[in-house]
Design a binder for this molecule. Sequence first.
Ligand SMILES: NC(=O)C1=CN([C@@H]2O[C@H](COP(=O)(O)OP(=O)(O)OC[C@H]3O[C@@H](n4cnc5c(N)ncnc54)[C@H](O)[C@@H]3O)[C@@H](O)[C@H]2O)C=CC1
Ligand SMILES: O=C(O)[C@H]1OC(=O)[C@H](O)[C@@H](O)[C@@H]1O
Length: 273
Amino acid sequence: MDATIRNTGDEVWAITGASGRIGTVLRQAMLPEVAHLVLIDVVPPQQLDARERAPHAELGDPASLRAALQGVDGVVHLAAVPDEADFHDLVEANVIGTYHLLEAARQAGVRRVLLASTGRVIGMYDVGERVDVTKPTRPDGLYAVTKTTVEQLGRLYAEKFGLEVVALRIGAFKARPAEARDLSIWVSHADAARAFLAAMRHEPITFETMFAYSDNRDGSVDLEAGRRLGFEPLDDAAVHREEIPGRPGPVTSGPMGGDLASPEFTLSKQRPF
Ligand SMILES: NC(=O)C1=CN([C@@H]2O[C@H](COP(=O)(O)OP(=O)(O)OC[C@H]3O[C@@H](n4cnc5c(N)ncnc54)[C@H](O)[C@@H]3O)[C@@H](O)[C@H]2O)C=CC1
Ligand SMILES: O=C(O)[C@H]1OC(=O)[C@H](O)[C@@H](O)[C@@H]1O
């Protein structure tokens, strides 16, 4: 099977969660690559370029998503509750919201959808284990459970309905690594942009899963799945080790999810019943 990099210059892409941390960075990286960008967020995106539009749409309203996705070739789906929270809220935004997004994309004739997953879907593996995308998920909390479902919704929409879907398991997205755990899970802004652009351009795609991490020398996820799609990360958290308060070494024991994998963290976010 010959791999090709698609020329996307005349395409229209949409970003959900466009006003958020990752959305703001991807918006800048993607605008030069396409004809138009459609920005979807409950927080209105600021300072629209002439080639950007921001229709009112939200995850809870599938008809609004379908209208916003008319004429769109590719979607980057970032909008979510992005961390541990009450399970009911996580399911509504991340599971039902992603179902609405995928179904709206199918109805609107979108070709490709990139889904934001997280490294926390493998957060119960011990640091030091080498994890590739073929290993079973071991979510470190209820947020991560909803993201494993996001991945499986993507697989279903690819295999049953013919959408091209890539699930990107994003690491800790920060301008610079800020704590010991980041030495293994950091993804720089530039590498995140490289990951999403590669996933959008590569063909052919049916359903793929990849890690969107920087090339951290202390990392323990296998980046080969992304490399096969053309993602070449260029940054390494260890280069910035001296800038991290306390100049820590890499974490050498415990779950990859760190403190986020503790029972207390998850329980503290749940509405009691
Ligand atoms: N920041 C990180 O280090 C990581 C993020 N991720 C995932 O990447 C994605 C983006 O994360 P961030 O940019 O950090 O989050 P963020 O919270 O900064 O941005 C999310 C955006 O989605 C919007 N949004 C939320 N609910 C919405 C709804 N119902 N309808 C429309 N828009 C809605 C919010 O207004 C916000 O602007 C999330 O799916 C998150 O789970 C995964 C791994 C690491
Ligand atoms: O594992 C982590 O630290 C990251 O995982 C995520 O999925 C979260 O969205 C992000 O806020 C965390 O920083």
